[in-house]
Structures are given as C-alpha cells and as structure tokens.
Design a protein around this ligand. Sequence first.
Ligand SMILES: Cc1cc2nc3c(=O)[nH]c(=O)nc-3n(C[C@H](O)[C@H](O)[C@H](O)COP(=O)(O)OP(=O)(O)OC[C@H]3O[C@@H](n4cnc5c(N)ncnc54)[C@H](O)[C@@H]3O)c2cc1C
Length: 387
Amino acid sequence: MFDQTGFLPTKKLRDFQNKIQQMAREKIAPQALGVDEKEFFNREVESLLWDHGLLTLTFPERYGGYGKGRTVALCLAVEEIAKVCASSSLLLIIQAVGSFPIIHGGSKRLKQNYLPQMSKGRKLVAYLVTEPTAGSDIASIQTTAVREGKEYLLNGSKCFATSGGVAGIYSVLAKTSEGNGNSSFFLVDRESPGLSIGRTESKLGQRGSNTTEVFLENVRVPAENLLGREGEGFLMAMRDFDMSRPAIAAQALGIAEGAFEAILQFIKERHTFGKSIGDHPAIQTLIADSATLIEASRGLAYRAALLNDEGKNNTKFASMAKSFAGDAAMKITTDAIDAIQVLSGYGFLKDSQVERMFRDAKLTQIFEGTNQIQRLVITRQILKESM
Ligand SMILES: Cc1cc2nc3c(=O)[nH]c(=O)nc-3n(C[C@H](O)[C@H](O)[C@H](O)COP(=O)(O)OP(=O)(O)OC[C@H]3O[C@@H](n4cnc5c(N)ncnc54)[C@H](O)[C@@H]3O)c2cc1C
C-alpha cells in the first residue's frame, strides 16, 4: 500500500499524482505569494484546474469523474497543490463538497441538466450550510424552505461560503420542518431572483479562496431541486464529511510537506558555528518529529480516503485524519517559523513562503468541523463500536 514516497497504490494514481505535481510546481507555485498578498480569487488557476479535470474528480465518470478510487485521487490532487498553494487546493475540496448533495441526491433529470453545466460549462458550486448562529451545530440552522405547490420558498442568511461569490450553483441546507430530521438540501441557481451575495471576507489564511455571505430572500426553486428526500439533509451532510475530511487532512498534509521542504532546503544552505545547522541536536529533533508527523498524517488521510472509496464506514478515521493532520500542520509550520527565525529571521519574512503556510494551516483546524468536534465524533464512534 505504501512505498518510500507515500501512498501510491496504482500506476494510474502514480501517473496522475506526477502530472499534478509538475503542474502545481510549474504553474501554481509562482503565483502563490502574489495571490496571498493581494487576496484575490485567481481565475487563471481556476482555468488550469478545469483543464486538468480536477474540479470534477468526484463526479460520475461520464461527467469528467476520476472513477474508482475517486476519494484517494481527490486527496492526492489536493495534497500536491497544497504543497505550493493551499488556497488553490481548497477550490478542489469545495467543488467536491458542494457537488456531493447533487451527485448523491439529485434526480436523474436534475443531474442530466446540471452536471454538464458544471463539467462542460465550468460552473463552480458553493456549499451553503453555516449560518451566523449555526456553525458546529448545523442542526440549529434557521434558513427555511417552505413547500408551495410545485416550488419551495427559501429564506435565510448563510456565511463563510467558500466560492460564494464566484459559484454558479449552490447546495443550500434549509429547514423543511420543525423538530429532528428537519433539514434538506436544495440546488439553487446563482441567477435565482432573491439570491444575493454579501460581504467578501478578508482572511488570515488561504486568502486566495473566495469567502462570502449569501442571502436568500423569497428564493423560489422548483420542487425537483430538492436533493434527496425531505429531512435527509443532516444525514447527507454527514456522508459528505466522510469524503471531505480526508481531503482536508490531505490539504494539511500538503501544507506540512511544503513547510518541511523549506526547512530542509534552509538546513542544507545554512551554517553556524562552523557546521551545518542540521548537525545541531535541536534541529535534528525538529526534523525527526516533523517527518514522523507527516508520515502519520499520510497514513491516516489515505486510510480514511481508501475506506470511503471501498464503501466502508470511515467516519472515525476521517475525523482522526482531519484533526491529526491539521494539528500536525500547525505544529510543523510553527516549528518551521521558529527554527528558521531563531537562526536567521528568514522564516519570518513573507518571501520564505513558510509564513504563509503557517497562516494557511490554521484553517484546516477549523472548517469541515473544528478539531474539537472531530474529537467528539471519534469518541462517539469508539463508544458505538465498543457496545
Ligand atoms: C475560511 C472558511 C471557509 C469556510 N467555508 C465554508 C463553506 O464553504 N460552507 C460552510 O457551510 N461553512 C464553511 N465554513 C464554516 C466552518 O465550517 C465553521 O466555521 C466551523 O464549522 C465552526 O463553526 P463556527 O465558526 O460557527 O464556530 P462555533 O460552532 O460557534 O464554535 C466555536 C468554538 O466552540 C467549539 N465548540 C462548539 N461546539 C462544541 C462542542 N460540542 N464541544 C466542544 N467544543 C465545541 C468549537 O470547536 C469552536 O472552537 C468556513 C469557515 C471558514 C473560516
């Protein structure tokens, strides 16, 4: 399952990974610093991702999907891109997350209509779950969807919508009744009257991703745009997490590897007190600990992804992978700044890229369920298994 460079199970995946690695290093890496500094959504990188089929990886094959092994493929692509630019890798993740309710809950007719719009028409999708008063506790959302004849009427405010201002399609979670099992996903077009985009957020990290508020005021959608059955929204969001959390783990892994590469490069070049800084015991500990955290993150991320591809329950491993790799990425990027700054100050400079990676890593501990919530999920799963 693993070779010296990591998890590379098939030649198809190995070739896929090599192609993305080359593209990321040649075309995305040179833009990463500028995108972060100016905080803008880079349409050039978006086009590149479409050109390489990376924004439809989890779609059915006839709409540009990777096919068998799609979660592992998504993770490999995210990891390679995150090594050089986490913001760009987030676009892949949110496209997979946002299209999940459509792919798994849309009627045949709806999919035949919308999936080509996304794959051939290159439409981005955003995932509208979080609200100002409902983040971790998604069961407490306030957005409503009321059935009126052949339509639903949607009202509510969403926030923290990745790609919110650049998407053409939205997967929206709304309450369809009071009580438990009360939420449902809907597909909403960007052009729908009553849908408007609010503030674009200015962020600490992953600043090349677009994050906005989205408002729904008396938005009418055809009843056919209900994704899955009424009341299935919460369950669908949980199943989506089983795919997205390994991908966030892969993003954290990629950021950590990017920072680790910078540490190694620096160590090769830097000498103090007549010897390479790699000969100082404190630096050796940092290298050993970082490399171990990276390999442990890789093991968990791809185990969770593989289980998902095999149709097995991966909820516990997905949460372990996401929380472990996110925490590891924070530790490694912090250590990278500390080690390099203490020795010379270069790590503190924007040009080092490590400073950006440190800020980018923080988000992996927050979205798709905070790392505190992952611990609740892990414990719940363990107790369930021990019954
Ligand atoms: C840049 C960015 C992009 C995002 N993209 C999207 C997106 O595309 N779509 C979307 O729907 N959402 C998105 N989110 C929202 C994200 O998923 C939420 O921020 C996250 O789930 C946490 O919710 P919250 O911020 O409301 O924090 P809260 O839920 O208010 O939590 C506050 C704190 O309390 C802790 N906490 C809460 N409940 C518990 C508990 N039971 N036990 C222990 N600790 C607890 C949390 O861990 C956290 O530390 C994004 C967020 C960011 C920052």
